[in-house]
Design a protein around this ligand. Structure first.
Ligand code: NAP
Length: 256
């Protein structure tokens, strides 16, 4: 059956980065533009996305996209279909570290312990960090299938690695809780599931962890700048060659 989606005339690769109005997402978007991509700057508040796109300049296009809102996702897919006709790269970057009820990072870590974690808090985190990724991916897949080098990059975290957190010598092990870290573990599972399912289609699906970067998600406690922290994301996003199903970080391959 002939696809209803018409290919636009652009020869430039097209990328969508969710949560690209600030932080690592904006930095990654900026570097994708430098590498010749047309980049859709996903932002749940359109004005914030417009400001970020204006800062990046030509090649960046704001798009309203709340990953927890089905209508927003559907409208975004429709807009990309009519204006760009395909998607070469989807970066699922948007995430939250908490729902807003905690003030400091130590408070978040304490409240994330599996024995006391609020189930409502866990639901809110999974809604954005896991289900949001799946919802956006499912909506964008028809557009990604139209690319000759379709790729999906899920922005994960070493904090979600079951292998690393099983090692008593892993320094961040005490912070492996049932909230944010567990969402990244679930995200890794979904990444692998998509990689396996899409292998025959040629669409490459990866997970990558940035460095520990000073952004709003950690109250700017990270030690890397966005330029340094985003390097592992840029490498994974531009990687058209490595086998699908990779999980990488600033120092190369990460264990799942
Ligand atoms: P950030 O500056 O807080 O950026 C998070 C982005 O996600 C913001 O643009 C935010 O939009 C957006 N977002 C949140 N909920 C959303 C929703 N429902 N719909 C659409 N967008 C939404 O944090 P960041 O450090 O750059 O985080 C980027 C990614 O890196 C995340 O996946 C994070 O888990 C991952 N990561 C970060 C670190 C680190 O050290 N910073 C380490 C490991 C992994 P608003 O501005 O509207 O809130």
């Amino acid at each position: 059956m002939e696809s209803k989606i018409k290919l636009s005339s652009t020869t430039q690769p097209v990328a969508l980065v969710t949560g690209a109005n600030k932080g690592l997402g904006q930095q990654l978007a900026k570097e994708l533009v430098s590498n010749g991509y047309l980049v859709l700057i996903g932002s749940r508040i359109f004005e914030n996305g417009k400001k970020a796109a204006d800062e990046i300049g030509d090649g960046a296009f704001p798009i309203q996209l709340d990953v927890t809102d089905t209508q927003s996702i559907t409208a975004a897919a429709k807009y990309i279909t009519s204006e760009f006709g395909k998607l070469d790269l989807l970066v699922n970057n948007a995430a939250i570290g908490q729902s807003g009820r905690y003030s400091t990072v130590p408070e978040i870590l304490e409240a994330g312990k599996a024995s006391v974690a609020s189930l409502d808090e866990i639901r809110i985190l999974f809604e954005t960090n896991v289900l949001g990724v799946l919802a956006v991916t499912q909506a964008m897949l028809p557009l990604i299938r139209l690319s000759s080098s379709g790729r999906i990059l899920n922005v994960s975290s070493a904090a979600g690695s079951l292998t690393l957190n099983s090692d008593p010598n892993f320094p961040y092990r005490p912070y492996f809780g049932a909230t944010y870290p567990a969402t990244k573990t679930a995200l890794n599972a979904i990444t692998l599931a998509l990689a396996i399912e899409l292998e025959e289609s040629g669409i490459k699906v990866r997970a990558a962890s940035p460095g520990f970067t000073a952004t709003a998600i950690n109250d700017f406690q990270g030690t890397d700048t966005v330029e340094v922290g985003a390097r592992a994301l840029v490498l994974a996003a531009l990687d058209t060659e490595s086998p699908t199903g990779s999980f990488t970080g600033p120092d190369g391959a990460l264990p799942w």
